[in-house]
Design a protein. Structure first.
Length: 343
């Protein structure tokens, strides 16, 4: 893609997210979401491949549907309250906007588009969809937090954690596995949003760091069996990515355990130990396929034949931010108290 076009799209993507985050007017928030969608569509289409075209079409239809629901909700809200302010919403408006934002975020049971879209993208574009594109809808959920139904959020969170874990077990494609991983993490985010807004910010930051550190080493892979072939390129990076996968699964010594620990503490202190146990059990299938990915990453060697092209590491092209991102995704657990108090 032309560098000028690429920089224009990137700037538009960034600006549209900031517009939505800074707006207090429903029309301005809707405009930001629409600009966000229109900016990312050419990036998805950049490969000129039939799968990319299919992913672009699906993404456009889903995002346009959600944006239309938000516009309808804002018009109904203005009709009933006489103002366009996001913070003043009626129950009917809240129901419509919550449904639309869950559709944009890919939260179960409105998640069916998400794995299909990610499967048709490059790994870097899938990373943008999984991280940056979730900021604008989440900021709208923050602004309407006082009107959201806590029970609905918790049920959506539990459903998403269950679906993300169980549906990911049967997958062999790397991007589909990461899609179901994102769906499961959205479940934890929704549960955190129902209990504590500051905790949601911390959980989102941790998820973005771990996802960024996981996607980077796996950028050239398509299936689980491809992962083992990365060992000759960079043994150190692949070993670090195995640790990052464990962090994404939420194992205790690593950063990924921090948000889950705090969310479970909040649920228990609210008198919901059954829900805490259920969502904890729902994360076990997710942990299983992370362990399977880690096993294929660093503990097995793929079969080699004389016709196999060996990958010599003449030019290691790891990005400069790879090392600090991996460290942030694995070593921040001792700073739990500081991070929790500053977010």
């Amino acid at each position: 893609m032309n560098p000028l076009i690429w920089s224009t799209l990137t700037m538009s993507l960034t600006t549209s997210t900031i517009i939505t985050m800074a707006s207090n007017h429903w029309l301005l928030a809707w405009l930001g979401l629409e600009l966000n969608t229109l900016s990312v569509l050419p990036i998805i289409m950049g490969r000129h491949h039939p799968r990319a075209t299919e992913a672009t079409t699906k993404y456009f239809l889903v995002q346009a549907t959600a944006a239309t629901m938000i516009l309808l909700a804002s018009i109904i809200n203005t009709w009933q309250t006489g103002q366009w302010s996001i913070t003043h919403t009626t129950p009917m408006t809240t129901l419509l906007t919550t449904t639309a934002l869950m559709l944009k975020l890919g939260v179960a049971p409105l998640h069916l588009w998400y794995p299909h879209v990610l499967q048709g993208l490059t790994m870097n574009t899938a990373l943008v969809i999984s991280t940056w594109q979730k900021i604008a809808p989440l900021s709208l959920l923050y602004m309407t937090h006082h009107t959201l139904n806590q029970t609905t959020l918790i049920l959506l969170g539990l459903t998403s954690a269950l679906v993300g874990g169980w549906a990911g077990l049967n997958q062999t494609q790397t991007r589909t596995i990461m899609a179901f991983s994102s769906i499961a993490h959205m479940g934890w985010l929704m549960t955190a949003l129902a209990t504590n807004q500051h905790l949601t910010t911390l959980a989102m930051a941790t998820y973005m760091a771990a996802t960024l550190a996981t996607f980077m080493p796996l950028a050239t892979t398509k299936t689980i069996t491809d992962i083992g072939t990365l060992w000759p390129l960079s043994p150190t990076m692949l070993t670090a990515s195995m640790t990052t996968l464990m962090s994404l699964g939420g194992l205790p010594p690593l950063t990924g355990f921090m948000p889950k620990w705090l969310i479970l503490k909040n649920l228990t202190s609210m008198g919901l130990p059954t829900l805490a146990t259920l969502i904890l059990m729902a994360s076990l299938p997710s942990l299983f396929f992370y362990i399977r990915l880690a096993y294929m990453t660093a503990l097995t060697t793929p079969p080699t034949t004389t016709s196999t092209k060996y990958k010599w590491r003449f030019k290691p092209d790891h990005p400069t931010y790879a090392a600090p991102t991996i460290m942030a995704a694995t070593l921040l657990l001792p700073l739990t108290a500081t991070l929790y108090n500053t977010t």
